[in-house]
Design a binder for this molecule. Sequence first.
Ligand SMILES: *[C@@H]1O[C@H](CO)[C@@H](O)[C@H](O)[C@H]1NC(C)=O
Length: 294
Amino acid sequence: MAEKCQMCLLELIILCSLLTATIGVDDTHKFCSSGENVRLPCNNALSGCTSTTWTYSRYSEAVELMAEGEKKIDPERHERLSLGSDCSLNIKNVTKEDYGFYICQQYVNEQQQGTDAHVYLHFLHVFPSSTQSEIRPGSSVTLFCQLYIDGVSCDTLVSSEGVQLFWVNQAGANLQTDSRYQISPPGQCSSTLTTTLQDEDHNREWRCQVTQRNEVKTSAAYIVRYSDSADSTSEPVVFMTAGPLFRVIVIIVEIAVFAAPTVILLQIICSRRAGRKNSLPPEENRDVYSNTMK
Ligand SMILES: *[C@@H]1O[C@H](CO)[C@@H](O)[C@H](O)[C@H]1NC(C)=O
């Protein structure tokens, strides 16, 4: 029974991939992150764009964005959309709401001309773990890098389109082999980076890059900011950044350092006074003093 199911599943997968291979001749994958401007190509366009229709869909829900080369009313995106001279769809200041599947079609007298142009827009986002309590030196931080996709599986993106996620530092160096970081294995559409924060990490940036066939397509970054040091005024940095236990140790050490010579000095004075009161001979008094010094 289980074997039969596996066979069915395998057949289904093969059938699906065959269908995608034949239908998706004009598939384009676009990658973006927050605030970017993107251009989605419409490779089947007729001149003038008056026959161009752009349709957006996510989770199988379709919205017509452009029809007969004119913008349709879509309150969320209206201001940010425009049609290029080659009938491509321009989206300004991209947000997470824009990822999904876009179709460009040409209609003349309600008859479709040519084939569809399919564009998958994928959105890359980096964010810290929601359970992150404090951003300060010594604490552990976990960053998530997520590629939001729709209409295509992550497996297809990774195996057929050669898509990969990488963590890099400010200099662009790959952090995968850096022992300071624990990074989830590559080959997924999401990745986590975990590290213990160090003093010098304030204003440090960790960047997640998406590459397609080894070419960087877009990236998104997270910048560490220590909230404590931002509103510190007169207090020394060690007290701002150190934990309570460390503070107690520092205070004890300080007391010990300042108090020890005072106690010794008091002892000397007391023993001298006591010596005079008991009216010891001056020689003996000197011996007591020199003994304490030894
Ligand atoms: C881009 O969109 C964000 C909100 O998503 C807004 O705060 C920002 O001002 C916009 N930037 C531009 C240049 O329109």
